[in-house]
Write a protein that binds this ligand. Structure first.
Ligand SMILES: [Zn+2]
Length: 303
């Protein structure tokens, strides 16, 4: 096991002091707009603007209406600037940048960003996705309002506070006694796309139990000794991926036929040889990081 190879998690950098106490401050956005020092990240349909150096494009508060869906993200650790997300309407987005090709999504553009920008984009997108999908109260169906600097949605009918949601999922590199890794292909994917297996943690379940259950459900196998490697947020829409290695100890490898339609063991030599002909997980993903951690080197997929 080449465990010295660093686990490269492009979305897991710490870029901001989340400065959580500031979320309680009355009229925080009014104060920030008066001071004029905050930098505002406009987002439209989960996409952001980039400048010519491929950096996140922030706007001064003077250009952004305080009625936009604002979230206080925190203070930038390098520039010490307050950073605010503005999840803007289509109309406002067109005023900022009319050409929709100049708005960039995290999946496609994330790998070209600095670790700091990628982390800010990840945090902003996860919060924007939560706001988009939690406009109504789960108890009474009434419309909820953003409060506490965008970190709570509030239902006044029920006096109920709703907090941002993160869905944990385990993602597992299963290794056999010959040091091969198990990769699978989903029915909804292109013919030759392969990745390691993953699944959501269920209510009342530990992460380790989720690893064992998911590998049994998707591949018909028994795994043991789950070893935690690291995690990164995956805001599509609001997952947290928890990376593991686990040992194959028994069972016949059998795709579940629902989610997974093909499964195959790869030796390190086979994966190196086929890396350019297979479609493997993108460099932004924890799946890629776990495969490279096992391989002991970066994969050369010819991207
Ligand atoms: Zn309600």
């Amino acid at each position: 096991m080449s465990s010295e190879f660093k686990l490269n998690l492009p979305l897991a950098h710490i870029a901001l002091d989340r400065d959580y106490l500031k979320r309680e401050q009355e009229n925080l956005f009014h104060t920030l707009w008066e001071q004029g020092q905050a930098q505002v990240l406009p987002m439209s349909k989960g996409r952001v603007l980039l400048n010519s150096s491929n950096e996140l494009k922030f706007l001064p508060t003077s250009l952004v209406d305080r009625a936009s869906g604002l979230v206080y993200l925190g203070v930038h650790l390098e520039s010490e600037t307050p950073i605010v997300l503005a999840n803007v309407s289509d109309e406002v987005a067109r005023e900022f940048e009319p050409d929709s090709n100049n708005w960039h999504g995290l999946r496609r553009s994330g790998i070209g960003l600095s670790p700091s920008d990628a982390a800010i984009f990840t945090q902003a997108l996860a919060l924007a996705n939560w706001h988009e999908t939690h406009q109504h109260c789960p108890r009474c169906g009434g419309v909820t309002q953003a409060t506490r600097a965008g970190w709570v949605r509030y239902c006044s009918n029920d006096d109920l506070e709703l907090f941002p949601r993160t869905d944990p999922a385990v993602i597992v590199g299963v290794i056999d006694s010959e040091d091969r890794i198990l990769l699978g292909s989903q029915g909804v994917w292109e013919e030759n796309r392969y990745s390691i297996l993953a699944g959501y943690v269920e209510p009342g379940e530990s992460l380790e139990a989720a690893v064992v259950r998911e590998m049994n459900e998707e591949a018909g196998i028994v795994v043991a000794n789950p070893r935690y490697l690291g995690s990164q947020a995956w805001p599509f829409p609001f997952s947290l991926m928890l990376g593991y290695l686990a040992d194959y100890v028994g069972g016949t490898v059998t795709p579940d036929g629902q989610e997974i339609v093909k499964l195959r063991w790869f030796s390190k030599a086979e994966l190196r040889a086929e890396a350019k002909s297979l479609l493997l997980p993108g460099r932004l993903s924890i799946a890629r990081a776990i495969i490279e951690h096992w391989l002991g080197e970066e994969l050369d997929t010819g991207e």
